[in-house]
Structures are given as structure tokens and as C-alpha cells.
Design a binder for this molecule. Sequence first.
Ligand code: NAP
Length: 482
Amino acid sequence: MTDYTTYMQQSNLIGGDWTGADSGKMIEVTNPATGAVIGTVPNCGADETHRAIAAAAEAFRDWSISDLGFRVQLLQDLHDALLDNQESLALLLTTEQGKPLFEAKGEIAISAGYIRWFAEEIRRAKGEIVPAPQAGRRLMVTRHPVGVVGAITPWNFPSSMLARKLGPALAAGCTVVAKPATATPYSGLAWGKLCEEVGFPAGVVNIVTGSARAIGGAIMESPTVRKVTFTGSTKIGKQLIRQSADTVKKVSMELGGNAPFIVFDDADLDAAVEGAMVAKFRNMGQTCVCTNRFYVQSGIHDAFVARLREATAALVVGNGAEEGVQQGPMIDMDAVEKVEEFIADATSKGAKIVEGGKRHGNGGTYFEPTVVTGATSEMQFATEEIFGPLAAVFRFESEEEAIEAANATEFGLAAYAYTRDVGRVFRLDQGLDYGLIGINAGLITTVEAPFGGLKQSGMGKEGGSQGLDDYLETKYLCVAGL
Ligand code: NAP
């Protein structure tokens, strides 16, 4: 039987030592499926974080100039270690986060994929030789690791969000101080244990849990930390961008979304419903690329709603660790109350609940997968991120109207559209202000492609060949007198 505790570290990794908080204080971690406390992690603050930064700076001296082949081999070993322990790591993830086990296994697999991708990409991170305007000179563009990286990650993908940061940072020769989300610290701490096991030198990867404000503050104020990579809400991201000004840090921000999913009259209905289910209900609707607003053209509206409702009603809700479960609990009660608020707001303004609509009979933080129709731009979810299992369906008439409505938000992360009109595909690519666009596909994240938002959804890209850029400084070298 799979044991989820194999990689469940209840201490922090600082400079190669597993330690507790200076205060001795711990934070309880619960399983959202049962409400049971599964363990504790240190409640660290600024002092421990400063020590982690110092350890990372010390380790950077050797790591940044280490043989590329050495770093690549360690990353390949880390990839293998993740896959060798996929079952156990996935069960740990489900136990602290709630998502169904098959999704957690998929997350561990894509985590491994990111590590392998960047182990490969770093071997192609070439510089440039620039034609010199004067004889006797050689001009070169060279690339170098940025330095110590601070990485702050959310609870919804507690493993893969760190993979996208650790992969390029370690490949480039940077060292890392990571702070996982307090709700899901174990999947983050597991990275420390795995890195240690495969032989990363002490101090290259440091993981600190505890007060977000104190740890985040120490990372942001430190002149030693040259780059901060953050995935989380737009609200906290803005705060960190402001804090980065004093030390002029590089920042990359993967922030909130409000994805439109547009179904045109000419769509393949079966494919659209299949894509809608994964784009809406994956991780109980708690992903930054989850559909927030379904825009459905009048001619196909009723048929699409009927099929969406049927598929939603058929979802199996339960403890994600159990076989066959497709929808686990939500992360906490605040998340449940937020979805209730969206539903109350929408129904008070004329929306109709056609499926679900209330807390699930399982109790706790379980919520019924829900579909509402008659959505309008006056409703709260038209502009705010739902982050829960609520599908809001808007009706539209023309392509121009759909594009305009889709763009009417401060966010610009992911957008989806179902159509068989090739000309329209390119008009959508031009017209939709989104960093990721899926045509006839509801799940498009892959290690090979750049992931990142426009507008207030963030800056920088993770994955793809672009995912390395933020971890490398570019220098211009002029050699004269030749
Ligand atoms: P969050 O509240 O912003 O938290 C994210 C991380 O920031 C957590 O580790 C949190 O720590 C930490 N944090 C909170 N306050 C901080 C502060 N003052 N200084 C430094 N760090 C601080 O977001 P969340 O609720 O965990 O995650 C959901 C959000 O993430 C959604 O908006 C979602 O769209 C977004 N997201 C975006 C992407 C993307 O790629 N664009 C991917 C996944 C999620 P604590 O846990 O200790 O509070």
C-alpha cells in the first residue's frame, strides 16, 4: 500500500540542515477531505529566512560555476526520483490539498516533465557574437545565472508551481529559497528531501514554512535575493512588485485569471462539452486557468447547457484519495463561502441555477458542482475570479460581442474557444488579450510552451524556451586591442 508519509517532512531545509522554527512554534496542516490534522510544520519568520538566504548565497559561489553536465545530471536524477515516487508524492499532495488522486499523479508527472525540460533547455542557452563596428574588437553577449532566487508558491498546484521555478533556476546555476503555501507545505518540503537524496549540494535548495508576511518580507528586502518568482493572487503579486522596488529585483509574476470559454454555433458540441468539463472542474475549479465565464452563442446555447448540466451532475464527489472520485473538497471554508457569495449575487440579479448550487451532503468543504445560466456583465463573477466549481453561462450573438466581452476584465491569463472556422481562429488570436489561448482544447498547459498572463495576470513566462530567460542575466563583453 502506498505510504504518503515517505516524503512528508515536518521540518525546514536551511543550508543542508533540517531544522525547526527558532521559536519552536509549529503550524498544523489538515486534510481538507476529512478535516483531520495530518502533521505540523515549523512556523518560521524573518530570522530563519535570512539564514536561508545566506546559505543560498554561500552555495551560489560553487553552484553558479559548476560543470553544466553535473547540474544536468542532478536534474535528470531529480526527474527520475519524482517518477519513482510518483504514487507516494501524489497521495501526499491529495492528502494535504484535496484534489483527486489521478490529478495529483498528473501533477507529479508534469513536475518531473518541467525538471527534465529545463535540464535539456539549459544545454541550448546560447549567447551571441555580434559583428563589431571596429576592426580589432570582438563583441559578445554572454549569459549568467541571476543569483539567489526567492520562490513563493500557492496551494492549488503545490508541486508543479515549484517545479516551474526550481527547474530553470537550478539549471541556470541559481540557488533558491522557497516558501510553499501554508495550507500545502508538504509537497513543497518534499522537493527539499528529493534534492537532498539525489545529491544537490547543501544550500542550493532551501525551503522555509511559516508566516507569509515575515518570510516574504525578508525575501523582498534582501539585496542578496536578485530575483523573486511568485505564483499566487494578483493582490499579493502587486504588493510584492511594490516591495521589489527598493532593491530593484527582477520579478516574475504568475497571478490570477478570469478565463472566458467561448462556444460558437459551429463548434463540435461533444468536444466543447468535454473541454468545458476539464477547463471548469479540474482541481474543483481552483486553477488560475479554470473557466470563469462560458460565452455560448445563441444557436447552440440550449444544447450546450443541457449537455454541460448532464456532465456536471454525473461528477463523482468525494475524498480525492478514493478510487473513482472526480471532485474533492475545496481547500477551506473561505473558498466555499466565496462561491456561495457569487451564486447569491448572480441569482439576485436574475441568474438561474440549473445544477447544484449549494454545499454538498458530504459536509466539510465539499460543494456541489454547479451550473448557472442567464449570467450578465453586472454579476460579480464577470470581473472577479471564482476559483471554485461554479460554471456561469452567458449568451451571445456575434463574434465581435464575444471577443469584447471576453476582454472586459483586468485579467489576461487563459482563454478558450470552440469553433471550426479557420479564419475566426486567427481573428481570436489577434483579438483576445490573453497569454494562453486554447482553440478546441480545454487543457493546454505543457512544459514545452510558455505559460504566463497578460495585463494584471502577471509578467514573465514559465515553461517553454522562454522559461529560462528570467533566471539568466545578459552581459555584453567587448574585447578590444586584438
Ligand atoms: P495567495 O494568497 O496570493 O498566496 C500565494 C502565496 O503567497 C502563498 O505561499 C502565500 O503564503 C504567499 N503570501 C501571502 N501573503 C504574502 C505576503 N504578504 N508576502 C509574501 N507572500 C505572501 O494565493 P493563493 O490563494 O495561495 O492561490 C490562489 C491564487 O493563485 C489565484 O488567484 C490563482 O489564480 C493564482 N495562481 C496563478 C497561477 C498562474 O500561473 N498564473 C497558478 C496558480 C495559481 P500563505 O499560504 O502562507 O498565505
